[in-house]
Design a binder for this molecule. Sequence first.
Ligand code: ADP
Ligand code: ZN
Ligand code: ZN
Length: 732
Amino acid sequence: MNKTILRVAVPSPLRRWFDYLPPKDTDPAILQPGVRLRLPFGRRTLVGMVCAIRSDSPVDSSRLKRALSVLDQQPLLSAPELRLLLWAQHYYHHAPGEVVSTALPTLLRQGKPAIPQRQAVWQLTAAGQTALSAGQLARAPKQRAVAELLQAQAAGLNAEQLRFIVPKALPAVQQLVEKGWAIRTTARAEIAAKSATAPPLNAAQQQAVDQVQAALGGGAAFLLDGVTGSGKTEVYLQLIDRVVQRGEQVLVLVPEISLTPQLLQRFECRLPVPLAVLHSALSARERLNAWLAARSGAARVVIGTRSAVFVPLHRPGLIIIDEEHDTSFKQQEGFRYHARDLAVVRAQQADIPVLLGSATPALESVHNVACGRYQRLSLPERVGGAQPPRVQTLDLRRTPLDEGLALPLLAQIEQHLQRGEQALLFLNRRGYSPTLICHECGWLGSCQHCDARLTLHLRRRRLICHHCGHVQNLPLHCPDCGSVDLRALGEGTERVEQALQRHFPGVGIARIDRDSTQRRGSLQQLLDDIHSGVRPLLLGTQMLAKGHHFPQVTLVAVVNADQGLFSTDYRASERLAQLIVQVAGRAGRAEKPGVVLIQTHHPQHPLLQQLAQSGYADFAVEALAERQAAQLPPYTYQALLRAEAEEASAAQNFLAAAAALGQPLADEVELLGPVPAPMERRAGRYRAQLLLQARQRRSRHTFLQRWLDQVDALPAGRRVRWSLDVDPIDLF
Ligand code: ADP
Ligand code: ZN
Ligand code: ZN
């Protein structure tokens, strides 16, 4: 007799499938891949997903357990969506249960029904429209901000959306309701056809749109290579419009940091269609609603960060990945997938085009263009003919410095401020100073849990470890020799801010880093102050370097480029080049061209020379040639086996045992290590790694498949935490 055996992904870190028998008396019609089951698992009850239905099992059927119940009448994921997950599981050699969990909203993982809950939305009334245009809200800025939002979004906005864009929006919208200017409703309103009009495209934009449009309905991968402000987003918007008109959906992936209210507003104003947003600040309910709206096709455009690559779509037509070089697309823990790479696979499987956009494409993507896998679309100029900023190095050798700022830089800032323009300083280091040292005996403030220095946060009077979060009070004297002569070595944003206050008294400074923007809404306030001109001096970490437009900024300074020039990580130069170009992109517009100054002790460094003289594209060509000569990715394929344990020897021993198992299998791959991680001790654990490198993707895959089964069984593995990272982007 033919048995029905369900192959299930169970939420467990084990790298295997589990077979179950269907619950008694189940209608076979509802047993399909993509439905959830409640299952007995050890002594627990878990929710798993059926990924395949078979007639046999390696486990003897008398020993197979029965599932308790089927949770869905219809599959949650369609066959193509499951296929992507299975592909990812296979490629990354990861536990199937964790792969499937990544793709499901929390409530579904918990076994809640896949039913949307209708949420109340607020809409602006006709009276509200009139009041707004008559300027009656001029003295209630919060209410006006909310009213303007509601005006732009005729379908209304729910509490979550309002709060995401305007902090403390709910009391304000309540006041609008009391005046009769807004209403709260659960009815699904018709979306107004009216939207902000699209500008006519320039020739390069038009060509990009035409080429992608011609590819709709079939598979193709495009790299939209265009400097900041060249109109990439405009290309996305017009393409989305066309795809939606075909009755298809668009998935837009963006880095976490650029999913800002400004971006959403721009999409919402321009696209008069239901839009679903998936980001980490959503409540579980909101996330499920957005996910279901994508799945049913109710949402025509889905914007999300990394994990949205797995969101089910009723009729996918196009996938867009903005800032495709951004490292936040790679998940760095658990299931370590790369959302950009999976998006390309997904588009290929679904036979739809995928569009990757960046001003500083990843070297992998540049390489893929060179190999003919991606078609390059280029937007060489800024919209409106704005000149690209001039990039210059500022030689720090023998130059007097004040808290890391060279006098010529201070003089330039002065000039730009006097002309009523703004200046932006980039320093990728928060806190006051990265090191506290005793001037008497040389004692250094170090973290007791990590191989790292504690960062001095002077205003909070604390020493903080930026790696494990350890916090301690600022010592008044040296713990070793008792001297009170403790000095701060090096600069962080807090210290540079003080220096700027001293040099430019009375000038408003916007410091933007994780410390200064912790309070909800404070980032928005700072950005408002920059745009209104209240704070013409901008200082910040990469929070400032990405995603924002500051049209008044005409001077950009990279305070310290040397940090990235001499790293042991072979990707450091690519990252530095991208960061410099991204920061530079914040500056200038048509009438006011920008200047970029890079402070360095190594002005002759080829990377800086190249960026200053010929730009990112030439840098990328050169950097790829170096990668090829050194046989590094994308010319070879890596995987990293990491281990950590409370005892240093445990991690090393496990990796050594794993390497020994690998040697006999490793004819087409190289095993390098094990070696201690660059920062060996972190959060009290010792970390080590074993690097695997292959000339062919296929030989890496075959090796991993055979090797991991043996590694899984290693007794030494039980004493460590270990993980595999396929295509690692950080070797630590
Ligand atoms: P990017 O995404 O490449 O940084 P954007 O699409 O944001 O560039 O465009 C930069 C600015 O130029 C935006 O304010 C946008 O509205 C405007 N813009 C883009 N394309 C055009 C166009 N064809 N005509 C007029 N303005 C445009
Ligand atoms: Zn001392
Ligand atoms: Zn620490």
